[in-house]
Design a protein around this ligand. Structure first.
Ligand code: SF4
Length: 87
């Protein structure tokens, strides 16, 4: 799955790097680096990152940037509200 971050919109809030560290990483305090090709097993984390970005800077094939879910699909996973470490 291809993804793009609009770096003109990105404000470096790092929500994406927190939620999908295997795709996104901060380089310094404000620069974002990312893998433009996400793999199937990264989909749930990518959805959470797309949904959590406060400026909707992340777009990915088939994902709606407003809520992160696959457009036109009944795929339902990840709300961005849960944490894997129990917090
Ligand atoms: S969550 Fe959005 S604004 Fe924050 S670093 Fe990621 S892409 Fe940029």
């Amino acid at each position: 799955m291809r993804l793009v971050v609009d770096l003109n919109k990105c404000q470096g809030y790092a929500q994406c790097a927190f939620l999908a560290p295997d795709i996104f990483a901060m380089h310094g305090e404000e620069s974002l680096i990312y893998d433009p090709l996400a793999h199937e097993e990264q989909l749930e984390r990518l959805e959470r990152a797309v949904a959590a970005c406060p400026v909707q800077a992340i777009t990915a094939d088939g994902l709606d940037p407003r809520d992160g879910f696959l457009a036109g699909s009944d795929f339902v996973a990840g709300t961005g509200r849960e944490s894997s470490d129990g917090r």
